[in-house]
Design a protein around this ligand. Sequence first.
Ligand SMILES: CC(=O)c1csc(NC(=O)C2C[NH2+]C2)n1
Length: 130
Amino acid sequence: WEQEEDVLRDLRLFLRGVTESLMVERRFKIFSKPVDIEEVPDYLMVIKKPMDLSTLLTNIDEHKYTTVGEFLEDAELIWKNALEYNPDSDPLDRHIRHRACALKDGIQTFIRDRLDRDFAKLCEEIKETR
Ligand SMILES: CC(=O)c1csc(NC(=O)C2C[NH2+]C2)n1
């Protein structure tokens, strides 16, 4: 019914808000687009489920997410993949891991501070009826 579509539209607006607040930060530029396989040829051999901020936005626009939890499953891939692909002690790996941890904290703080729990519950209930 119409109210459900209103709730899911508000969810998309909220999730775009999270994603865009991260995309504007220069330190997260490395996470804003899919990894270029020409530049990093072995990336897909190591990382089975690539994810990036622009793909999150596309998924939102395509109504892929009915709950914040479904969005977080994909968003977490961004920083988990970065930790997995950059395990070494060399400075570049460490640098990317620091940014991955900053991304993780940024997502979780935005959601803790800005997501209304009753709204989140409403999205979960809509998901169960579908
Ligand atoms: C997005 C992401 O996690 C990424 C892109 S390039 C990269 N790592 C490197 O290029 C090398 C530094 N040691 C591997 N990580």
